[in-house]
Design a protein around this ligand. Structure first.
Ligand code: ZN
Length: 85
């Protein structure tokens, strides 16, 4: 069993929940992948990582209950992405 840390939320899990995620959607030419959890992958959809961070900042309720990781990890991701120029 291999383990991973989600690029977006910091969730630490095993292969059962791991998804190969494209920070830049494939249809926009993105080729590199990161490890992500199912939840982040489905919430992100076809957004870029930056658009996803902005969406999360506008929907803070999505960062709370029902998610399998601490709030702070996802907040850190949002801060990191939105401060990047
Ligand atoms: Zn995640």
């Amino acid at each position: 069993m291999a383990y991973y840390t989600c690029y977006y939320c910091g969730h630490f899990g095993n292969d059962v929940t791991r998804v190969n995620e494209h920070p830049y959607p494939q249809r926009s030419g993105g080729v590199t992948t990161v490890d992500a959890c199912h939840l982040c992958n489905s919430q992100k959809g076809g957004k870029t990582a930056h658009q996803f961070a902005r969406w999360l900042s506008e929907h803070p309720e999505q960062m709370r209950p029902g998610v399998p990781y601490p709030d702070s990890d996802r907040r850190r991701f949002v801060r990191r992405m939105l401060n990047r120029v």
